[in-house]
Design a protein around this ligand. Structure first.
Ligand code: AMP
Length: 358
């Protein structure tokens, strides 16, 4: 049992994107202050936070001042440099803990961890040379996907391989970065579970959502997902197993491929997750509040889903749809305050709600 932080204390958030922004709003609704640490200028989270530090992750003085000004530290993305975490951890507790970052920062470590827990993942092999890639293609088979082990997101750092003669090209696409070759999973659809674990070890999972990606980026999440009740239970139990194994505190996104042979874990994200944005209109306590509650040591909230929701990401020029969305019934618009529209950039999302959760 850890002493809960009282309302009024300050939560430090590493990363100032839209996830940090929505975490800040949730924290503020519970009376907490937030302090954002972000290297980039004018971060979306900065507009709604109590304080912002604009500094690089190797700026020791800025990291120390940040740590001294907050009561607990959390993060909105998993690729925080290890040296910065080492330093921050000397001063303040970081939740979710280092083990979840260590595991999820590297696809190979993550896959070893998940399969070590007895969960099913796509067949995979470590690849550091072209020769290793050729033998990996032989053992994993084709089609397959070569992915960088670190710093990949939204389909970046990935190359599809249909035959062994593509090995050279795929290997050079990785620009020398250590990679994993993954067998292509014949899935019918993709789902994710947004799961939370408290400092007391209680677990609460939101209803699984069904995800559709376009160009490697999440396009929509629909709840309820198409799952049998056995699959739904499975998804939640598998997520809980992961959180318990990591002694996790906070919200995690767990992505699954649904196949005729059952659920295969694609990847885990030790943070609030784009596919959990539907909870903002679907539940009385959303994923952002759930994460804040967990990291400050409060009891988890009730994540029961009350309505059906389709979440649609507004990416790049999708911003042109905003005037029409404003006029729609039952549509909740969330914009991230990013001043420049760029192709592939997540600018906002809309949650379209219909009554009738079962
Ligand atoms: P990732 O960044 O690994 O989540 O990959 C982004 C998307 O690419 C996934 O959500 C899938 O739609 C697709 N994908 C990634 N890995 C595989 C795989 N091994 N088999 C089939 N599709 C995949």
């Amino acid at each position: 049992m850890t002493k809960p932080l009282p309302s009024g204390t300050t939560i430090g958030i590493l990363g100032g994107g839209q996830l940090g922004r929505m975490l800040s709003v949730a924290a503020s609704r519970l009376g907490f202050k937030t302090h954002i640490f972000e290297p980039g200028a004018n971060p979306p989270a900065g507009h709604v936070a109590d304080r912002v530090t604009t500094a690089d992750y190797d700026d020791v003085a800025a990291l120390e001042a940040f740590a001294a000004s907050v009561d607990i530290i959390t993060y909105e993305f998993e690729n925080i440099p290890t040296a910065a975490l080492d330093l921050l951890e000397q001063h303040r507790t970081i939740r979710p803990g280092r083990e979840s970052l260590r595991v999820s920062q590297d696809r190979l470590t993550e896959k070893d961890f998940l399969s070590g827990l007895g969960l099913r993942v796509a067949p995979y092999e470590n690849v550091e040379t072209v020769n290793e890639l050729e033998s990996a293609i032989n053992s994993v088979g084709t089609p397959s996907i070569l992915k960088t082990r670190r710093f990949g997101y939204d389909g970046k750092g990935q190359s599809r391989i249909m035959s062994t003669d593509q090995a050279d090209q795929a290997f050079s696409d990785m620009k020398g970065a250590p990679s994993v070759l993954e067998g292509f999973v014949e899935f019918t659809h993709e789902v994710s579970v947004i799961a939370a674990r408290s400092t007391d070890g209680d677990i609460a999972c939101f209803d699984p959502g069904e995800n559709v990606h376009k160009d490697g980026i999440l396009a929509t999440t629909t709840v309820p997902a198409r799952l049998t009740s056995a699959q739904r239970t499975d998804a939640v139990l598998l997520a809980a197993k992961i959180l318990n194994a990591l002694d996790y505190v906070g919200v995690m996104g767990v992505e699954f491929f649904v196949t005729s042979q059952g659920l295969i874990v694609n990847e885990i994200a030790p943070r609030v997750h784009n596919s959990g944005h539907w909870t903002q209109q679907g539940c009385s306590v959303d994923q952002f509040e759930q994460h804040i509650r967990a990291v400050v040591g409060w009891p988890l909230g009730d994540g029961t889903r009350f309505v059906d929701v389709v979440m649609e990401n507004l990416i790049g020029d999708d911003m042109n749809k905003v005037p029409d969305i404003m006029l729609e019934q039952n549509a909740a618009l969330h914009l991230y305050g990013k001043n420049e529209v760029k192709p592939g950039r997540k600018m906002g999302h809309v949650n379209r709600v219909t009554a009738g959760a079962k």
